[in-house]
Write a protein that binds this ligand. Structure first.
Ligand code: AZA
Length: 294
């Protein structure tokens, strides 16, 4: 037997960093959860119990805090690249660093119509994510959005689908659509840390763009299906960010079922009279797509 693949490190490393502007008194906070997994000539630690090749996961955790102190932690694509580059440059036997960052939302409070200098709230479990694979001369980054829960009360249809002896779903021209956005965009490979640094401004623009495009398309499309609407999102993100090679979405279809109440005094609550629905925890549709520039 032999090792087909191996990587190790520390996950669920929670990091908070504050930036204090002494002139304005405005403070800015970032909170993220970091995972670093290292690959390289580490087989002897598995096969021979030779720990001389192991950078302890505790040391990896320590390094994450040190690098968060030494470097900007935003945009997460830049911090992930700095962090991964540290490991492959410091330990010659480590050739790949996989860095995953989940950035949590601390949105600045508006108090009496003014942005508060140092108070924030968690507006939703939505996160901004990065998965970076750092090798010598090659940094590959996938940025993304997770947990952006959206709903529209109309402007969604689904009809014309296969009808056979397995089909009970009625065709619908006006339905609720709700989904929990999990999407990502993969950047053209960066040849170096310097190339990532030069693109720093592009990362926030891309995230803001992808988030706005997702919500605008979701809101404005009279959606004929989840499939068609998410494809349009991909097209628009690719158009907005030339440096991105592929865009992907995984969208659960979180169903809201009509409740027939006609048995009670003939209440009309179906079709165009439907107002009270039963939100379903499951089963849910799951629609996935990845779109590229071919
Ligand atoms: O948008 C939808 N796509 C589907 O594939 C599907 N199947 N059932 N309901 C659905 N809605």
């Amino acid at each position: 037997v032999s090792i087909a693949s191996a990587r190790y490190g520390k996950e669920n490393v929670r990091v908070y960093k504050v930036e204090r502007d002494s002139e304005t008194g405005i403070q800015t906070v970032t909170e993220m959860t970091v995972c670093v997994l290292l690959e390289g000539a580490i087989e002897p630690s598995y096969t021979k119990a030779d720990n001389s090749v192991v950078v302890a996961t505790d040391s990896i955790k320590n390094t994450i805090y040190i690098k968060a102190k030494e470097h900007p932690v935003t945009p997460p694509e830049l911090f992930a690249s700095y962090l991964g580059t540290h490991f492959i440059e410091t330990y010659k036997h480590i050739h790949t660093a996989n860095v995953r960052i989940i950035t949590h939302r601390w949105t600045r409070m508006t108090i009496d119509g003014k942005p508060h200098p140092h108070s924030f709230f968690r507006d939703g479990s939505e996160t901004r994510n990065v998965e970076a694979v750092i090798k010598k001369g090659k940094i590959d980054i996938r940025s993304g959005i997770n947990g952006l829960l959206v709903l529209k009360s109309t402007g969604s249809q689904f009809h014309g689908f296969v009808r056979d002896e397995f089909t009970t779903l009625p065709e619908v021209w006006d339905r609720i659509l709700s989904t929990d956005v999990d999407c990502g965009w993969v950047w053209k490979t960066f040849p170096s840390m310097d190339a990532v640094k030069e693109s720093t401004s592009k990362f926030n623009q891309a995230w803001e763009g992808a988030r706005s495009i997702t919500m605008k398309t979701f809101a404005e499309e009279d959606s004929p299906s989840v499939q068609n609407t998410m494809y349009k999102m991909c097209e628009k993100v690719l158009e907005f960010v030339p440096e991105v090679e592929t865009v992907d979405y995984k969208l659960p279809n979180k169903h809201y079922f009509e409740v027939d109440l006609s048995w009670h005094k003939g209440i009309k609550n179906t079709g165009k009279d439907a107002e009270v629905y039963a939100p379903q925890s499951g089963p849910n549709g799951l629609i996935e797509v990845k779109v590229d520039r071919k």
